[in-house]
Design a protein around this ligand. Structure first.
Ligand SMILES: Nc1ncnc2c1ncn2[C@@H]1O[C@H](COP(=O)(O)OP(=O)(O)OP(=O)(O)O)[C@@H](O)[C@H]1O
Length: 248
């Protein structure tokens, strides 16, 4: 591991599903302490980017590094053990288990740290502390999303990949979930690669934005540099930064 290396770096990564290529020589670097928001039209490959970082797609080219260490050939379980935390869009909770047992499952990689990790996630999500005995399948949508993030946090990851944490949630639940994500970054100093369709919410939380166009990182910029014209072009015709140089 290299102290000065970015927590996660992708260099010219080409990946997809079977013969289907979705990511096309994509390069980006997630920096320490930041929330990097991934924007792009439907089908541009945002979820595929997160799955590829986790090792869940077929890699056809390029290189991935975790804090400077080459993880290109590592399977998903090894990446998880090394500290990549992935919260998929569809959730990862065990509906038939209680909240308490879900959290226990999340700590299976680090059982010795379970008590401390549980205290830390309940501090982030106090609502879950009131629901420890409830079956996960009986939780509200917001509570279930909190549990999904908490379960991943139980493994004490060094970075998070979050896929659409606001999807299907009411505004009040989004407030709670996004406040926790902000604390994860600020207090725990865990950088986050965030895919989020709710652009306004995502921009309010993030530090930088990477714009994906047809499987490539077409542009990377600080959130303050994103104009409404950029967003209009992005969602109408996917032309933001198209053809321009990719800036990891
Ligand atoms: N498991 C899969 N097998 C085959 N093709 C897939 C699979 N998952 C996604 N795809 C295809 O990959 C392309 C990119 O999908 P992806 O979910 O990464 O896009 P996205 O930018 O996250 O879009 P959305 O905002 O609609 O979720 C789409 O054409 C999709 O149909």
């Amino acid at each position: 591991m290299t102290a000065s290396a970015p927590p996660l770096q992708l260099d010219a990564v080409t990946a997809g599903y079977g013969p289907l290529v979705i990511l096309d020589r994509l390069s980006l670097a997630l920096q320490p302490d930041e929330i990097l928001l991934v924007l792009g039209a439907n089908g541009s490959g945002k979820s595929t980017l997160l799955k590829t970082a986790m090792g869940l797609t077929r890699l056809a080219g390029g290189r991935l590094a975790l804090a400077g260490e080459d993880i290109t050939a590592w399977p998903a379980h090894r990446r998880a053990a090394a500290g990549i935390g992935y919260v998929p869009q569809t959730g990862n909770v065990f509906a038939g288990l209680s909240v308490r047992d879900n959290l226990r499952m999340g700590a299976f990689l680090r059982p010795a740290a379970q008590a401390a990790a549980q205290a830390a996630v309940l501090d982030l999500f106090p609502r879950l502390a009131e629901r420890l005995a409830a079956r996960a399948g009986a939780l509200s949508g917001g509570e279930r999303r909190m549990l999904s993030i908490a379960l991943t946090m139980m493994a004490e990851p060094r970075l998070l990949l979050l896929d659409e944490p606001s999807s299907d949630l009411a505004p009040a639940a989004i407030d709670l979930v996004f406040a926790a994500i902000d604390r994860i970054r600020r207090e725990r100093r865990i950088p986050v690669l965030l895919v989020e369709q709710n652009v306004a919410r995502g921009l309010a939380l993030a530090d930088r934005v990477v714009v994906m166009v047809r499987g490539r990182a077409a542009a990377t910029m600080p959130v303050g540099a994103v104009t409404s014209g950029d967003l209009h072009a992005l969602f109408l015709d996917g032309s933001v930064g198209a053809g321009g140089p990719s800036q990891p």
